[in-house]
Design a protein. Sequence first.
Lengths: 357, 370
Amino acid sequence: MKLIAAMSGGVDSAVAAARAVEAGHQVVGVHLALSSNPQKYRSGARGCCTIEDSHDARRAADVIGIPFYIWDMAEDFHQEVVENFLSEYSVGRTPNPCLRCNEKIKFAAVLERAKAMGFDGVVTGHYAILKETPNGKTLNRAVDISKDQSYVLAVLNQEQLQGAHFPLGDTPKTEIRKEAERKGLAVANKPDSHDICFVPSGDNAGWLRDRLGSEVGPIVDQSGKKLGEHHGAYTYTIGQRKGLGLTTPTEDGSPRFVLKIEPKTNTVVVGPKEDLAITKIFGTNAIWCGPKASSDWAIGFVQVRAHGAALPAKYRELNGGLDIELDEPLLGVATGQAAVIYDENRVVGSVTISETS
Amino acid sequence: MSIYLDHAATSPLRPAALSALVNQLKEVGNPSSLHTFGRETRRVLEESREKIAKFISAAPNEIIFTSSGTESNNLAVKGLFWKSNKKIIVVSAIEHHAVLDPAKWLSEKESAEVIQIPVNSEGVISLDFLGDLIAKRGAEIALISIMHSNNETGALQPIKEVISLAGDIPVHCDAVQSLAKVPLEFIGLTAMSINAHKLGGPIGIGALVLKRGIDIPALLHGGGQEREIRSGTLNAPMATAFAAVLENYPSAAIAKLKEILISGIKSSIPDAVINTNPNSLPGIVNATFPGTRGETLLLLLDMEGIACSTGAACSAGVHRPSHVLLAMGRSEEAAMSSLRFSIGPDNSESEINKLIEILPSVVEKARLAK
């Protein structure tokens, strides 16, 4: 096959490209320029988007022996990921931009461009396993559960999965680093990337404040009593405990947590831990990685954070969304996050959490 | 099969340059040394200098060897500005970044006022604008820097007219793309930038031609070589390789290939827009292919073994709209859908025909990938 390897400049995508070549594919390396004004140097553990990273990707392509180009995706990325990130926060939700980037950029804009140019698909260094079945491709957890990225890929529909290639899913990360070293890839020991790539400082709250303003609003308890003030409700996340800056302690001295964010009144509601507990989740914008879920209850697992636990739950399709009931209560689930349904290790699909109770 | 059509970026080393370079690399001697070895190397260097000077109607001591066109441009723009007590730097809107950026740097660091001369839709500077500017503010102008021909479109600029309008104002001309390809003379100019690798010499040598008696501040201080304007050990192997490629550049044959390419593009892709006007360098064809991305066209052609360019690239390799095409009044969209093909001595008619044959399907694919 003719494949585009998306190369961030990190170790995973470099080994993924190398493995695709070894599997006999004709591979062209592409670094996605996602910022129109890239930083010169890598800062902290952000593994993409700087000029240094694009250089690392180019050198990896040289070592592998494949052509290499840079695709300017800055405009698409800004519109689909950065703008969406801001608008979600501004209405009190907590978005996951990595999912959005996979859904709208890597396996949409890039995949479509690749196909139009005569390529068959896109290779990335994501840790997940694709299996061919009579009913199409299925998306499954990686062998290395600590690195599993099936959660952030659960936004890919069947057509997108058909064009996706994840050669790393069967190998632990530590082995990938050793393999990179054996292959002479200089990025073998580059630190893992985490955090949000377009917030170079790592200070999400500050970044949001700069863009959404810092209008002072009240922090209240569940009875509506004002306990303190904040500088922008959107910089808080449901379940957050630190950084509330409250001076009046609770009667029993127990800590308070963010229970609710009300963007219209710019109010943050706090309360005791037990009030964070939810058992019901409803999500919209369902994306089915394989067959659509049944409208009858089915047993499976739900995961609501990128590296969260898989929790036993039952689920059913309801009005184009997904109705989920957890076996055990769960604390601090933010709307806007993705709920991903698993059948053992297979990803059934995902929804964006819109209501919890 | 591979077809190299990016000669304006750099051109393959021609045999005459290669043998001159290799032969001289075998010799020892610092041209500034006083012994026999030094004198012999100096002789080779000075003969090369004389050849280059003669080729452009300059005096030998007007040739200051540098490392590149960029260095020559920096030396000229900064040097002439620092030498003057005037504050205005006049450039054209389509100069290479090696002229635009030193001028911008001087405006940021030393409060120079940079005035850009606009160009028309053919990519040629407005002499009316320059004439008016000189009439109004001529006494404040430190230097005028206009390229001899543009590196993206190939458009030749009216340098003789600029010189006559300028009067006593120093004129610098970036002639990197023109040397050996079109008639080029130093006469009337204060400074001129040239280099070797655009015409098949080695990368790493250029010259600033600087009028005798005009001394400008140095960027590199040291041994005092090159009229104390450019210190550093004199490079005889590179100088002799530079001098070896001046003669016999096959401009007429290249110009014929250019005409074949232009008419081929026009007939096979009717909505393509040719951005290169008839009064241009023999080897450059710049064209806009509406509804495409230049970077996609480049990738698809590269996969077919055909090398060309999207124009100016920034340090991250991200494609940005060409400031030259924007200055010519093209839209950002059009500027992003453009390619530059630059033909050189090693190209053949069958290579150009091959490109014309492949281009329609490449453009069609690129339109789907938009």
